[in-house]
Design a binder for this molecule. Structure first.
Ligand code: PHE
Length: 484
């Protein structure tokens, strides 16, 4: 108990120097300083002054010589009573310096290439002085000079404390409270307690590592699957999208119920977008209101004001629409594209629905593609997720024809569950973009949340996402390895 020992020492003396005391007690100086600092937290018990002391410290070479002996002495030993060849001595690590020093001290002499002892009784004083200095003992000034010249010792400044009694010195410290508890407040006992000062210098707990959210773990696995199938990733950095790209470009009529505030979040500031590719916008307007490309259209009064309205994108197919338009402008080439990012819907929240979630979407653009190709691609995709048993059911999307819901047999639930939606994009969507007439585009989408919940056995989506998520779950979920 250093703090108590320090107090007891001061009780019977006036002051001490921490550097000297550390030597006397044969303890690490920093440990002693730590104990003094902890006592300083008690106001007025100690008084301290900074002191600096010059100390001689052994250099690395000095430590080596102190441990193994000086080179001159090692030469003297090597030579022995019989003598030794100078060439052999020079081969030793200590040979060169050792010879010079041993000759200088007249311990040895050379005679026709043979080194012999000149003295019988030799003391390794270099080693002795180094050992003394290492123990903190004083050594003759001339010896110190010599050792310094040989770079075996060097002078360093040590910062220490001169410690004396403070104005409220005591050897009997009251226990300091670290916490103010409700009990202390209720009973009033806090008035007679001493409280530990805050230490604003202490280091915080270092977090052992960062952790990926389970959704991001599954996302990175999905990305690898897409990459392994030759897909490239679309840019999804646009949560706010115009109704034009989210709906109109996808041949979704302006009076479609999904474009209602009950289903979609409209943005109030900025409320509208005004920059669109003008000629493309005209073609979209025409195909909606009058038809074209062999289609009768919807035959209604298409309004630019409706298309301008900004929304939080309701599906990543808005991203695909932009990308397909871009592909038509650059000149068509067969493409496989994917995206995995956030979308927003004005849903009633429950155990499986949130107002924001992630969509995984794949798009394949190629000449003469058929539904069979689409089925082939996502059969392969889901196989890599470990899902092999697929069924398809016809469905309706404004932008695909035919459209299929994808079902998989869920062993745990012992029933068929819907896992995705898909279809062949309509010519009313692709042709106004400027894609060649013989190009077909297949697409499919699924949520990231559902496979993640199945993968990690999470039953309530609010345990996975949002303000109620338990950080321990994030720390403890293993990395995602899907059974392939
Ligand atoms: N956008 C559809 C959805 O939100 C998914 C989909 C993507 C369907 C591509 C067909 C083609 O469910």
């Amino acid at each position: 108990n250093f703090p108590q020992q320090i107090l007891d020492l001061l009780a019977s003396s006036t002051e001490f120097n921490s550097i000297e005391l550390a030597q006397q007690w044969k303890v690490d100086h920093q440990k002693l300083i730590g104990a003094i600092k902890s006592l300083l937290a008690n106001e007025g018990v100690l008084a301290t002054k900074d002191v600096t002391e010059k100390r001689l410290e052994l250099t690395n070479e000095g430590v080596q010589f102190a441990n193994e002996g000086s080179p001159e002495f090692l030469v003297f030993q090597f030579v022995g009573t019989e003598g030794a060849a100078q060439a052999d001595i020079m081969k030793q690590p200590f040979g060169k310096i050792g010879m010079a020093k041993a000759m200088q001290a007249k311990w040895v002499a050379v005679d026709k290439g043979t080194v012999v002892r000149k003295s019988t009784d030799v003391v390794d004083s270099t080693r002795k002085y180094l050992e003394s200095l290492r123990l903190g003992e004083d050594v003759d000034e001339n010896q110190k000079k010599e050792l310094k010249k040989r770079k075996l010792i060097s002078e360093v400044n040590i910062k220490g404390l001169l410690v004396s009694k403070g104005e409220s010195f005591t050897t009997n410290l009251a226990k300091q409270e670290a916490d103010l508890t409700p009990e202390m407040i209720a009973s009033g006992s806090w008035k007679n307690k001493q409280f530990k000062k805050y230490n604003f210098e202490s280091l915080g707990v270092v977090p052992s590592s960062g952790h990926l959210h389970p959704l991001m773990k599954v996302r990175s696995e999905f990305r690898q699957i897409f990459f392994s199938m030759g897909f490239s990733e679309m840019a999804t950095n646009r949560y706010v999208e115009s109704s034009f790209w989210n709906f109109d470009a996808l041949f979704q009529p302006q009076q479609h119920p999904a474009r209602d505030a009950h289903d979609t979040f409209f943005v109030s500031d900025p409320a509208i977008s005004t920059k669109f590719p003008e000629d493309y916008l005209e073609r979209v307007k025409t195909v909606h209101s009058k038809g074209g490309y062999g289609s009768a259209g919807y035959n209604y009064d298409w309004k630019i004001e409706e298309a301008q309205k900004n929304v939080l994108r309701t599906h990543t197919t808005a991203v695909s629409a932009r990308q397909l338009y871009q592909l038509a402008q650059e000149g068509f080439r067969p493409s496989k594209l994917f995206s995995i990012d956030r979308v927003f819907r004005n849903e009633t929240l429950d155990a499986t629905h949130l107002a924001e979630f992630h969509q995984v979407e794949g798009v394949i653009a190629e000449k003469n593609l058929s539904l069979a190709h689409l089925i082939g691609v996502f059969t392969e995709f889901f196989k890599k997720l470990g899902i092999t048993n697929l069924r398809f059911k016809p469905t309706y999307n404004p932008y695909t024809e035919p459209s299929m819901e994808i079902f998989a047999y869920h062993q745990g639930l012992a029933k068929w569950v819907e896992i995705g939606n898909s279809g062949m994009f309509r010519p009313e969507m692709l042709l106004p973009m400027g894609l060649p007439a013989d190009v077909n585009v297949a697409g499919y989408g699924l949520s990231l949340e559902r496979p993640t919940m199945i993968k990690y056995g999470i039953n309530n989506i609010r345990d996975l996402f949002g303000s109620k998520i338990d950080l321990d779950v994030v720390y403890n979920t293993p990395i995602c390895r899907l059974d392939k």
